[in-house]
Design a binder for this molecule. Structure first.
Ligand SMILES: Cc1ncc(COP(=O)(O)O)c(C=O)c1O
Length: 371
């Protein structure tokens, strides 16, 4: 089988500094249990250093460590919502959000993204979906699987809407670093200013920035992520106080990974380079294959680990994906998995090894008439 859905970086053939990663877990400070709801100070200071290197001044007091971005969502849903309250989330986007919300009795309401030579938020559509029960707007920056950044003007508009309606802004930045220094490698005309964290600059509304090492250090098995609480002083302080109660209830972080976090974050640039080389290489190979005048095109990719393919809309995406698997041994995601409307969308992972990706894409394209 040719697996074009690979999203687990630990199984994609990247060379990690295995000895260094494991040695960091051996810190003797981990032998002492000294629970701190926000997480160990030195681990949070390492998170601050990560943001300082990206132009954002963050205080360790604004940070809560969690065992994953998923847990961070769960805590925020509990913090911001009563049962039945609503959170707006872009569509297409990452399918796990539905489960995370349902488990917390929160209703996700999809606001549309539109594509026309690049993705953008349909703000009219977003505003129409705000109700008395809406508590937050979530944005994935850059988004999964569309791989587009929230542009600076869109950030301002989101902040304006949140301030106007008293909503919190939840910004998932797990893929923030998935572009090359200076400019996006994946699409020639991305302004690097667009790739900035929402932690940079002023936050005029209550803002929670989420990230973690599952993507930025390609270490999903180590289970470390964080919430940055930002925004106007009063609201931020109230949110921090209440989050502390949630965090103190679980104390879910273990000591060894917190001791290791500074080392892992300091070293994350190396694996990021390998991943960027992989995603760029696969995208170049994909473009070579698509030069053959096929009825298959790809959408622009600014960042992230995926490419979205537009294919003839002859059948339901899911039927096509099953057929590609059964008849050609190629495993791809149907667009509907991520909430693409209508037929004719496939999503492929750019993390797949180059040879497997090329062979897989040859098979997908052969399905539509050429090899
Ligand atoms: C956009 C996005 N947010 C969050 C997550 C979950 O990350 P974590 O491993 O930190 O829970 C993923 C995982 O793929 C993701 O794609």
């Amino acid at each position: 089988m040719l697996d074009l859905t690979a999203s687990n970086p630990t199984q994609c053939g990247f060379t990690y500094d295995g000895a260094g990663i494991l040695a960091a877990l051996g810190d003797r400070a981990a032998l002492v249990y000294d629970p701190e709801p926000r997480g160990m100070l030195r681990a949070r200071e390492a998170v601050c250093a990560y943001y300082a290197a990206r132009g954002a001044a963050v205080d360790p007091q604004q940070i809560f460590l969690t065992t994953g971005t998923s847990e961070a969502y769960s805590w925020l849903f509990r913090l911001l919502c009563d049962a039945g309250d609503e959170v707006l989330i872009a569509q297409p986007s990452y399918p796990l959000f539905d489960f995370l919300a349902q488990i917390e009795d929160v209703r996700l309401v999809a606001y549309p993204l539109v594509y026309d030579h690049g993705w953008q938020i349909d703000f009219a559509g977003l505003r129409e979906r705000i109700t008395a029960r809406t508590k937050a707007i979530a944005v994935v920056h850059p988004n999964n699987p569309t791989g587009h950044y929230t542009k600076a003007a869109e950030r301002r508009e989101l902040e304006r809407i949140c301030a106007e309606h008293g909503l919190a802004l939840v910004v998932d930045e797990v893929f923030l670093d998935s572009f090359a220094e200076g400019e996006s490698p994946l699409c020639g005309h991305n302004d690097s200013a667009e790739g900035k964290s929402f932690a940079v600059g002023e936050q005029p509304c209550l803002t929670f920035v989420l990230s973690g090492i599952s993507k930025i250090a390609a270490l999903p098995q180590m289970k470390v992520a964080w919430i940055l609480a930002m925004g106007p002083e009063g609201e931020r302080r109230a949110a921090l106080d209440r989050l502390e109660v949630v965090a103190d209830t679980f104390l879910s972080m273990n000591a060894p990974v917190q001791c290791a976090l500074p080392v892992w974050l300091a070293g994350c640039g190396t694996v990021q380079k390998l991943i960027r080389a992989r995603t760029r290489g696969n995208l170049q190979n994909l473009d070579q294959i698509l030069l053959r005048n096929l009825p298959v095109t790809r959408l622009e990719v600014e960042a992230g680990w995926y490419a979205v393919l537009r294919v003839p809309a002859l059948e339901r995406d899911e039927d096509l994906a099953v057929r590609l698997l059964e008849e050609r041994g190629v495993y791809v995601h149907p667009g509907s998995f991520f909430g693409f409307g209508g037929a004719g969308w496939l999503v492929v992972s750019l993390l797949t090894s180059e040879e497997e990706f090329r062979r897989g894409m040859e098979e997908v394209c052969a399905e539509f008439g050429a090899r």
